[in-house]
Design a protein around this ligand. Structure first.
Ligand code: NDP
Ligand code: GDR
Length: 356
């Protein structure tokens, strides 16, 4: 195994959950880290504020560039300027339900965006210099073909997001085989953290539990409570991404915990962590969802959050990553839920005190 210390990395999606953890991880390893951020009408760098370095400082180790995965010329220019040793392609329209609303944009950024980056490597003749990580996903497995899901399990995507990521997965494999690029797919199962986007289900639940506890919100509306996910901690998964690029040969790896949990259990845990015991009262027309001992019903099902096609069960087998990369998860899903609830309680209390 070759380690790449003192190297330069380029991260797309640096402003997202994984981008923030990965940037910090690589900086701690001594990398010079460049990130691509999108232009936005309001600040979108909240997750990486602590890493920010004033552009007037010489010898910066953390540099942001404006860019977008839908803009080839911009990607080519940035790759040329940065001359990265490693590219981590984390940028994506990453919300499964939103992909049903914006399928064309999702394909453009998630599928063709990946192609654009790989082509930038070819156009700049950097096939031998650069190593490439692609943020592939357990959503590729979609409709259950086999459990637990592993690298050899057939794919059956169930959303425009997953279909776009399927293209990205295979174009990475193809460019590896056709042009010898050191390009790897990390097939990552769901991973969460206090930095998780507010509209993904775990964070939506932990924020709501904190807000309901502090009487800032009356009720939480959710969709399919019976979907099961293999949830790990994002901080541990970015290490796996890096490990993939430190191998002498590129390959594709599942990162997962091997444990699956229904959404409804995560709901029960989050409310338990703020001191509220919930009782299930059914989800029919006259039924009330989850109610507290006080009689107040706090969590209800709203069909608007149902997906046209759902992925019901994800549970990953990380044996290959354990054996070949020496990677394993540490945080259990129960610990993860507790950490997220505590973080949201602190955030919300700070906001109430005007410190937020
Ligand atoms: P986030 O949604 O938190 O972050 C996505 C990032 O991509 C953000 O920085 C976002 O910018 C950026 N982005 C979106 N569209 C574009 C675009 N057109 N051009 C450039 N950048 C863009 O996702 P995560 O951090 O959770 O996930 C990282 C990657 O891993 C994604 O590709 C996701 O699909 C994939 N993945 C995630 C898993 C998970 O459980 N978290 C599991 C498996 C795969 P902005 O901040 O401006 O919105
Ligand atoms: P997912 O994550 O679709 O697995 O994609 P999400 O948290 O959005 O959904 C998980 C499950 O919870 C159910 N659910 C709800 N989901 C949301 N967002 N909001 C709700 O109100 C709600 N109620 C129930 C969903 O139906 C689903 O079954 C995430 C993303 O990070 C992808 O980018 C990544 O590729 C996969 O994980 C692995």
């Amino acid at each position: 195994m070759t380690e790449h210390l003192g190297k330069t990395a380029l991260i797309t999606g640096v402003t997202g959950q994984d981008g923030a953890y990965l940037a910090q991880f690589l900086l701690e390893k001594g990398y010079e880290v460049h990130g691509i951020k999108r232009r936005s009408s309001s600040f979108n760098t909240g997750r990486i504020e602590h890493l920010y370095e004033d552009p007037h400082v010489s010898d910066r180790n953390f540099v942001l560039h404006y860019g977008d995965l839908t803009d080839s010329t911009n990607l080519i220019r940035i790759v040329q300027d940065v001359q990265p040793d490693e590219i981590y392609n984390l940028g994506a329209q990453s919300h499964v339900q939103v992909s049903f609303e914006t399928p064309e944009y999702t394909a453009n950024s998630d599928a063709i965006g990946t192609l654009r980056l790989l082509e930038a490597i070819r156009i700049l003749k950097m096939e031998e210099k650069v190593r490439f990580y692609q943020a592939s996903t357990s959503e590729l497995y979609g409709l259950v073909q086999e459990v637990p899901q592993r690298e050899t399990t057939p794919f059956y995507p169930r959303s425009p997001y997953a279909a776009a990521k399927l293209y990205a997965y295979w174009i990475v494999v193809n460019y590896r085989e056709a042009y010898g690029i050191h390009a790897s797919n990390g097939i990552l199962f769901n991973h969460e953290s206090p930095l998780r986007g507010e509209t993904f289900v775990t964070r939506k639940i932990t924020r709501a539990a904190a807000a309901i506890k502090l009487e800032r919100q009356d009720k939480l509306w959710l969709g399919n409570l019976d979907a099961k996910r293999d949830w790990g901690h994002a901080r541990e998964y970015v290490r796996g991404m890096w490990l993939m690029l430190q191998q002498d040969t590129p390959n594709d790896y599942v990162l997962a915990t091997g444990e699956t949990t229904p959404v409804r259990t995560f709901v029960e845990w989050a409310f338990e962590d703020v001191g509220i015991q919930l009782q299930w009262k059914g989800a029919g027309v006259d039924e009330k969802g989850y109610c507290a001992e006080t009689g107040r019903c706090l969590v209800e099902v709203d069909p608007r959050y149902f997906r046209p096609t759902e992925v019901e069960l994800l549970i990953g087998d990380p044996t290959k990553a354990q054996e070949k990369l020496g990677w394993r998860h540490e945080t259990t899903v129960r610990e993860l839920a507790r950490e997220m609830v505590q973080a949201d309680l602190i955030l919300m209390k700070d906001a109430l005190l005007g410190k937020g």
